[in-house]
Design a protein around this ligand. Structure first.
Ligand SMILES: [Zn+2]
Length: 132
């Protein structure tokens, strides 16, 4: 943010839900996750570069599923060494329960993130400057 001319980091812009083309503005109508009914409502276009945000295709479902699975695996990585998982007792169910809770809590963010990943796949940096 200190040097406005520099190209902001792709990953950082993605995680902070910035415009895929100029990486300066927030792409969602509400910065906050609430109200949840407007969670994934995108702006029509970017205020700075004019990049269109809305795509005809309703998307993100598949990516969202993948992210959810990744989160499950990620949970396994920290859960296993700390609490241990064994087939001898109910620990696998505790793991599944806690993973499910984490996935549910992270879901609003994951839904936005999957939409962002989709946008970033289709809109490259500076895309709005190129003739279409
Ligand atoms: Zn923009």
């Amino acid at each position: 943010m200190s040097i406005p001319e520099s190209k902001p980091s792709l990953l950082l812009s993605l995680l902070t839900m910035k415009c895929p083309s100029c990486r300066k503005t927030h792409v969602f109508v509400n910065k906050s996750m609430f109200p949840l009914s407007q969670l994934v409502v995108l702006k029509d276009s970017c205020e700075i570069c004019g990049q269109k945000m809305k795509s005809e295709v309703n998307n993100g479902g598949g990516i969202n599923y993948a992210l959810t699975m990744i989160l499950f695996v990620f949970n396994l990585i920290w859960y296993w060494p700390i609490f241990g998982i064994s087939y001898k007792d109910d620990s696998i169910f505790y793991f599944l329960g806690s993973s499910l809770a984490i996935v549910l809590i992270a879901q609003p963010y994951l839904m936005r993130l999957s939409r962002m990943i989709y946008l970033y796949l289709y809109v490259g940096f500076g895309a709005s400057n190129k003739p279409s």
